[in-house]
Design a protein around this ligand. Structure first.
Ligand code: ATP
Ligand code: MG
Length: 362
């Protein structure tokens, strides 16, 4: 997959930008606060994912304006495609190849990218929600229907949570809770099965990348940990059954808390190095290497499943890595289109551009 052009109008400080990247490595350099991360974030939005900075949609619009327009033209194995977004009223309105789409999930899987920013270096160290987001985002790009499944689960979850908050004031509503228990366990078991399958696929490349980064001295392993008494060898129906029983068992706790205390929204990806949990026992360097291995494995999995490589977005991470890891990363990613942001252009590249105050100049 190759980005051919990016156009922005009133997107953050990229007020009026037209960028034609090269096929290989693109270096975008500039001082702090000039728009480098804005550019990477903008490219990432075309995957259909949320801003990796956790920004709200309205924050993407340039100060003082009420709408942003962004357009990406990219080449896939089959043909050239375009995605356009108007961002307005807290929403992104997608148009794929001139056809308006009603939701973001309908464009997920069209443009594939893997993003790696200093924030991702804490993927191992931080809480389970970041690791769940990592798995979910990665699955969405190779199995686009997963995005709709996830949003169905989230909708049922928020309706069940709203009901849990109402029950103490209207006890008669408690009888209706079991309908939501059943719906949640049906959709939830589907999500769990897809996550388990994806982690199995990711495991082999992640282990081999970690072995490469650590020069064969350490071994990485991955495990999907469920928040209910199920295991990864169970069938979808068995997991659904366990989930339903757990939801029923915890029903009183949930009413007391006012939210759903069990389910796939509490699951985690355990990352271990030499059989010890990296989050609690890994050094900072080991945790970084594990994230690097996961990201490389994610890119490889997209390549294998889609039959073409994703675009790689490296926001300010090269300067955070030592020379050995930096060279390893670039070697493993060679052949893919890469966008690298940095303050000084220290990498050989097909295209090196300078960004200043939201303006790109060669
Ligand atoms: P650094 O090297 O420090 O990471 P950067 O080049 O990556 O810097 P960005 O994070 O891209 O910088 O931000 C550039 C500028 O964009 C900041 O000065 C910020 O105030 C500005 N900015 C952020 N959101 C908006 C917005 N909605 N409208 C206009 N400008 C914005
Ligand atoms: Mg930045």
């Amino acid at each position: 997959m190759v980005v051919k052009s990016l156009k922005t109008e009133n997107y953050r400080n990229l007020e009026n930008t037209v960028f034609y990247p090269a096929k290989g490595i693109n270096v975008i350099y500039g001082s702090n606060a000039q728009g480098k991360t804005n550019l990477i974030e903008c490219l990432w939005l075309f995957t259909g994912g949320r801003s990796f900075r956790g920004s709200k949609e309205n924050e993407l619009i340039a100060f003082g304006k009420n709408k942003a327009d962004i357009e990406l033209c990219f080449q896939t194995r089959e043909r050239e495609q375009t995605i356009r977004f108007g961002i307005q009223g807290g929403k992104r309105q997608p148009v794929l190849n001139d056809v308006p789409k009603s939701s973001l999930s309908q464009i997920v899987g069209s443009f594939c990218a893997v993003v790696f920013s200093p924030d991702h270096l804490t993927l191992i160290k931080n809480g389970p929600d970041e690791r769940r987001n990592f798995i979910d985002g990665a699955i969405c790009q190779i199995r686009p229907a997963y995005a709709s499944l996830l949003s169905r689960y989230k909708k049922i979850l928020s309706e069940r949570n709203a009901l849990l908050k109402d029950i103490p004031h209207h006890r008669e509503l408690e009888d209706t809770l079991d309908i939501w228990n059943e719906r949640l366990s049906v959709e939830g078991s589907d999500v769990a099965i897809q996550r388990i399958a994806y982690i199995k696929e990711l495991m082999e490349p992640a282990i081999s990348f970690y072995e490469g980064i650590s020069s064969g001295k350490e071994r990485l392993s991955l495990e999907y940990r469920m928040h209910y008494p199920a295991n990864v060898n169970m069938s979808r129906d068995e997991i659904a059954d366990v989930m339903l029983k757990t939801l029923r068992r915890k029903q009183n706790d949930d009413i007391y808390c006012g939210y759903t205390t069990t389910g796939i929204h509490r699951d985690d990806l355990m990352v271990k190095i030499n059989d010890m949990e990296a989050r609690s026992f890994g050094s900072q360097g080991q945790q970084r290497s594990a994230v690097l291995a996961l990201k490389l494995a994610e890119a490889e999995q997209i390549g294998e499943n889609r039959g073409e490589n994703p675009v790689i977005l490296l926001d300010d991470v090269l300067s955070e890595l030592d020379n050995t890891r930096r060279n390893y990363l670039l070697k493993e990613l060679s052949g893919m289109q890469i966008f690298i942001t940095c303050c000084e252009p220290f990498v050989d590249a097909e295209n090196i551009v300078h960004i200043e105050n939201g303006k790109i100049c060669c």
